[in-house]
Design a protein around this ligand. Structure first.
Ligand code: PGA
Length: 257
């Protein structure tokens, strides 16, 4: 099973000059206070990948370069899209698949999530598949069934080889970018349900949480939620805040060994 991990999702923020600045700041903090047990990755916008990857490599930062999305096809007439081969060539090792913003704003349905996931994980890259309920689903008490269905739709039929490359990120929509973080007990309950759905599908994958994660709530969430890490949005745009989340998970993980 993959190591615990923290991935920063920069979303549509920072041009390549700003991105270089942020990754350099993060590099300074990581050298000063390293993270030992936790894999740390960043997912910049496509246009920043080359610059950020160059800094990671030149400064030997040991960070995983991630992409926020990829097209399901190999190449061809898909104006505005980016292929997996292009990302691999830039040193990308992990890709977010089916982030709720892609699903909600750009029409990424369950079937497209499944095809994209199969391409990413099948090529040996880590596929971080995002699932999570909106507020209406939670208020109707349907959140575990809803997320289980999302997982079944995304993972059913995945090849044996691809299964080892899947990470699940549970991101309740009502907690993303809102400052409203899920209660540790809510995360723990959803996590238990996710793990049993994964077992039913023959998978054992790391489970991350995302949604208003900060240095202040990371340790408690990791402990109470029995998580393998975090997908961090807003806080990943500030080097100190992101580094603090990574350190919090690293400390907690070190204490459990
Ligand atoms: P947030 O975003 O940390 O800003 O809530 C999380 C995400 O969308 O991955």
């Amino acid at each position: 099973m993959a190591a615990p991990a923290v991935y920063g999702n920069w979303k549509m923020n920072l041009d390549h000059v700003e991105a270089i600045h942020l990754i350099q700041q993060l590099g300074v903090l990581l050298r000063r206070a390293p993270v030992e047990h936790v894999e740390v990755g960043v997912a910049p916008p496509f246009v920043d990948l080359r610059s950020v990857g160059s800094v990671i490599e030149a400064d030997r930062l040991g960070l995983v370069l991630c992409a926020q999305h990829v097209n399901e096809h190999e190449s061809g007439a898909h104006t505005g899209e980016v292929s997996l081969a292009m990302l691999e060539r830039l040193g990308v090792h992990a890709v977010l698949v089916g982030h709720s913003e892609r699903r909600r704003l750009y029409g990424m349905d369950d079937a497209l999530v499944a095809r994209t996931l199969a391409r990413v994980a099948g090529a040996g890259l880590r596929a971080i598949v995002c699932v999570g309920e909106d507020l209406a689903v939670r208020e109707a008490g349907q959140e575990t069934a809803y997320v289980a269905d999302q997982l079944r739709a995304a993972l059913r039929g995945l090849s044996e080889a691809a299964r080892a490359n899947v990470t699940v990120a549970y991101e309740p929509l009502w907690a993303i970018g809102t400052g409203v973080v899920a209660e540790p007990a809510q995360v723990a309950a959803q996590n238990r349900s996710i793990r049993s759905t994964l077992a039913e599908l023959g998978l054992e994958a790391p489970v991350l949480y995302g949604g208003s994660v900060s240095a202040e709530n990371a340790a408690e969430l990791a402990r109470e939620g029995a998580l393998d890490g975090f997908l961090v949005g807003g806080a990943s745009l500030r080097a100190e805040a992101f580094h603090a989340v990574c350190r919090a998970l690293d400390d907690w993980y070190a204490s459990t060994r």
